[in-house]
Design a protein around this ligand. Structure first.
Ligand code: BGC
Length: 344
């Protein structure tokens, strides 16, 4: 187990820190207090070759530019809120509009763009960092002071744990998630189309052309969204000209359960994602178009990585039929995601 901390820059008078973790079995993760971000994750392939399997940047300054939420913590509300508004307790709240008329990933300055307090944490089996952020009442239009905590822990079972806690002093909406872009082939492959994906979801929430759910619930059976049995991401991609960017309704809800499994056949790298959340957004990197140059100056092209974002459903504040995202004073928002890495 190893944890090293260093200051790499200053942002609004505060030190920007990189935290390098190692789990004693060669897995390495780099975290940063800006955006409570996962910068890189090195895992071995079946021959033991270590490679970084996430998209991101080498330097802090690049995270301030054109950055599609690489590795970030997203909040207060991951995904979209239609019309950037909701009514809570009889009062209308108008949120920041940062995607046409809608609100995406917490607004103009979401949790991915703020400095979090960071404290290294470790025990005999894991090493990590606990991040805290107090989002003030009115932040991006949301009511209530929201006290948030995100803890990343890398353990000796080759698991990355992401644990979320939040409390509020006024009723509000909360939906926190993690936004890493994965390519399990490392630098070997330019796209993720041959990755085999399985998602434990029989249903999904259909959405309009701006990706706001219509409110319906449909079966994945007979559609390109059927990943109940593992199959290559690219297999039916042509049937979806805009690519995958869908919220899947996970079959098992409430308790920590396997939500998705991804196998990269050439390297043998496997990732299993377990979550307590009811939904999973699968995004196949459709908007990446090569203009962003990531680590090592490499352009990030279309489908060069995928995101699996455990969360509540998009636009829940305006969809009473969806599981609620309301948090009230005295309640504790809790969410846990575990990503386990192995090889075959
Ligand atoms: C969304 C995509 C969006 C991406 C980056 C994903 O969570 O589903 O539509 O383009 O984040 O903003």
């Amino acid at each position: 187990m190893k944890l090293e901390e260093r200051t790499v820059a200053e942002y609004h008078g505060r030190p920007v820190k990189f935290f390098d973790l190692e789990n004693g079995r060669r897995l390495r993760a780099r975290l940063m207090n800006y955006g409570a971000t996962l910068i890189s994750l090195h895992i071995p392939d079946r021959t033991g070759r270590l490679e970084d399997i996430t998209l991101g940047f080498d330097n802090f300054e690049d995270y301030l530019g054109n950055n599609p939420y690489f590795g970030a913590t997203v909040g207060r509300y991951a995904n979209r809120i239609g019309g950037a508004r909701f009514v809570l307790g009889g009062q209308e709240y108008v949120l920041a509009r940062n995607e046409g008329p809608n609100h995406l990933h917490g607004g103009l300055k979401g949790f991915d763009k703020v400095m979090w307090e960071a404290v290294p944490v470790s025990d005999s089996r894991s090493v990590g960092v606990r991040f805290n952020y107090l989002s003030p009442d009115g932040d991006e239009g949301y009511p209530g002071n929201l006290d948030c905590q995100v803890t990343y822990l890398l353990n000796e079972n080759d698991e990355l744990h992401l644990a979320y806690l939040a409390t509020t002093d006024r009723p509000t909406h909360v939906n926190l998630s993690h936004h890493s872009y994965f390519n399990l082939a490392g630098s070997r492959k330019e796209n993720i189309l041959e990755h085999e994906l399985q998602i434990m979801a029989s249903r999904f929430t259909p959405a309009d052309e701006r990706l706001i759910p219509t409110g319906e619930i449909k079966e994945v059976a007979g559609t390109p969204l059927d990943f109940l049995k593992p199959r290559p991401i690219g297999q039916r991609l042509k049937e979806l000209p805009a690519g995958y960017d869908h919220n899947f309704i996970l079959d098992s809800r409430g308790e920590l359960a396997l939500a998705a499994r991804v196998v990269e056949p050439e390297s043998g790298r496997v990732m299993e994602l377990y979550t307590t959340e009811p939904g999973l957004q699968f995004y196949s990197g459709n908007f990446l178009d090569g203009t962003i140059r990531g680590k090592g100056g490499r352009p990030c092209g279309r489908h060069s990585a995928f995101c699996l974002e455990p969360q509540h459903f998009p636009d829940s504040p305006n969809k009473p039929q969806f599981p609620s995202t309301v948090l009230k004073p005295g309640e504790i928002y809790k969410s846990l995601t575990v990503i386990k890495f192995l090889t075959v």
